[in-house]
Ligand binder design. Structure first.
Ligand SMILES: Cc1cc2nc3c(=O)[nH]c(=O)nc-3n(C[C@H](O)[C@H](O)[C@H](O)COP(=O)(O)OP(=O)(O)OC[C@H]3O[C@@H](n4cnc5c(N)ncnc54)[C@H](O)[C@@H]3O)c2cc1C
Length: 515
């Protein structure tokens, strides 16, 4: 890209290395300066998390507040738990200055777009919750295209297989892979499949087959075929072949539209129970209560709760919950997370509106989504800006890229250049490029995580329930975060009412396998 062209674009490095405790805080100091188009950097407050990681002991003052249930973490899991527990005495603590976690929407000139979680499926727990709070998620209604070798291939895994711009032998290899994967009985062989890498199933075909999945995997579950559980890989092949993707529903903003609405629904009634800027530093289960210490705007505070729902990812949970059994703490720490920035590129005219989620093997990004896809056909709708969200998952050893503002800008620039080279008509300059960086947002669906490790990591304590999407699976899903929060709220209600069955209910929820 020429310097003049680069100057033309306003790069905005917005967002955070979310949940990014195990990295150097000093490099992430937030700066809001943006005079004259200089980059705007929004950063999470990592100092506290890093201190926790480094073993710092925070002062734990006398409790000044009590609550029936403390919910730690205000992503979709924490917000939905608060929603399910309306009417009960809860307190929600979120370390950021906003709620939403990895399902968080931003706006450009009033137009919402996603910075993380993209879509739900009709009837899943996220969609059910959306309906309950008055949010109708329209169907995507578009099979995924692939753009490769400057060719647009509609419906990648159905009619598209005959149109892939590869030599005939490669196309035949794609079809053989499709036919072989179809025959596998996934439900009947869950444990066996989950004990091996997906490469055991992709290795026998043309390299282009694995290359396709080396994009789809990191985008959807944080891992290339080599690091993917064959259970997740094969199940996803069958999902695409059987048209499972036709159930996708969403609004502009991705599933950030859901958390945005949850906040709108909860805040008018429960504002004083929803604390942002409240980083929890210690959760200590005692005989009849749990002490939760948090830094609220920097000041240590303690609340005594009867019960706690932990809705933070396990790499953080393992560091703030005291007294975890050794095996459980080890299982939490074994969970691997992918660094995962999302680049939003904003055009002031229509540039690309041919497909919703577009797969682009061999580029800096894996796929990109048209932000307003599901509302484009609404009567009277006029697309003001064409906002495209580029999914740019990184390998674990590339996490440091996110520490430096300059590296983030270079990454965003590479995303733009790669997009502009996809097809000649896409060589258009945007009005703005934004990158939302997150260090550990998506747990990786590695072999053993779903059928083994997760069950040890998420086992409830007497008074502490372990929610968050990383308690579920097989991949990181908003619907799983919501499902487990529903179970967590029922677990809490049983315990508060002194009724039996709470532990069984929690264990059943962990063992339940999503359709
Ligand atoms: C790029 C991307 C695309 C995705 N696409 C999809 C998709 O299309 N469909 C889908 O279903 N899922 C998708 N996912 C996964 C989905 O986003 C997650 O599964 C879901 O958002 C997790 O929600 P959660 O509440 O469990 O966890 P989180 O979102 O991680 O929320 C945890 C919250 O806890 C807060 N927190 C952390 N530490 C502390 C502390 N010490 N004290 C207080 N608060 C703390 C965090 O700030 C955060 O708000 C995607 C994820 C990413 C990153």
């Amino acid at each position: 890209m020429s310097p003049s062209r680069r100057d033309f674009i306003r790069f905005v490095v917005a967002g955070s290395v979310a949940a990014g405790c195990p990295i150097d805080a000093a490099l992430l100091a937030a700066s809001d300066a943006k005079p004259g188009g200089a980059p705007l950097v929004h950063g999470e407050r990592f100092a506290v998390c890093h201190q926790i990681r480094d073993g710092h002991r925070f002062e734990s003052p006398e409790a000044t507040r009590t609550a029936g249930i403390v919910i730690v973490g205000g992503g979709v899991a924490g917000l939905s738990a608060a929603y399910f527990l309306r009417g009960k005495d809860w307190l929600l603590l979120e370390k950021e200055d906003h709620f939403g976690g990895n399902a968080y929407q931003e706006e450009f000139d009033g137009q919402p777009y996603g910075t993380g979680s993209a879509y739900a499926e009709r009837g899943d727990y996220g969609d059910q919750l959306a309906s309950a709070i008055g949010l109708h998620l329209p169907f995507v209604n578009s099979p995924d295209p692939t753009i490769v070798n400057k060719t647009f291939v509609p419906d990648s895994w159905k009619t598209g297989l005959d149109q892939l711009p590869y030599p005939n032998g490669v196309r035949e290899s794609f079809k053989k892979f499709r036919d072989d994967m179809r025959k596998i009985n996934v439900r009947g062989k869950m444990a066996e499949l989950d004990s091996q890498p997906f490469t055991n199933f992709t290795g026998a075909y043309a390299p282009e087959v694995q290359q396709w999945w080396d994009g789809f995997g990191p985008s959807n579950w944080g891992a290339t075929a080599e690091d993917t559980s064959a259970l997740v890989g094969v199940a996803n092949v069958q999902y695409l072949l059987s048209g499972g993707d036709s159930k996708r529903v969403i609004l502009p903003g991705g599933l950030g539209s859901l958390t945005h609405k949850l906040v709108k629904v909860l805040q008018p009634k429960y504002k004083d129970r929803m604390l942002d800027n409240a980083a929890v530093v210690a959760v200590v289960q005692e005989k009849d209560s749990v002490r939760v210490t948090y830094l609220h705007a920097g000041k240590p505070m303690t609340v005594t709760a009867k019960l706690v729902l932990m809705c933070t990812p396990k790499h953080i949970t393992s560091r703030i919950v005291m007294g975890l059994p050794y095996e459980q703490k080890a299982a939490m720490r074994r969970i691997r997370y992918a660094p995962y920035p999302v680049v939003n590129i904003i055009f002031d005219k229509p540039v690309y509106n041919r497909g919703y989620d577009n797969w682009c093997p061999g580029n800096t990004f894996t796929d990109f989504i048209v932000a307003d896809w599901t509302v484009q056909k609404n009567p009277g709708y006029k697309q003001k800006h064409n906002i495209l969200s580029f999914y740019t998952p990184l390998r674990e050893n590339q996490r440091a890229t996110l520490l430096e503002e300059q590296d983030c800008k270079s990454l965003a620039a590479r995303v733009l250049v790669d997009f502009q080279k996809l097809m000649p008509e896409l060589n258009v300059d945007p009005v703005e490029v934004r990158i939302y960086r997150r260090g550990h947002p998506m747990f990786m669906a590695v072999p053993g995580q779903y059928t083994k490790n997760r069950l040890i990591a998420a086992h409830p304590m007497d008074r502490i329930f372990f929610g968050n999407s990383d308690s579920g699976g097989p991949e990181s899903l908003t619907s799983e975060a919501v499902r487990l929060s529903k179970a967590g709220s029922e677990w809490a209600e049983l315990l508060l009412a002194g009724k039996p069955g709470a532990r069984d209910l929690a264990e059943k929820a962990l063992l339940a396998i999503p359709e």
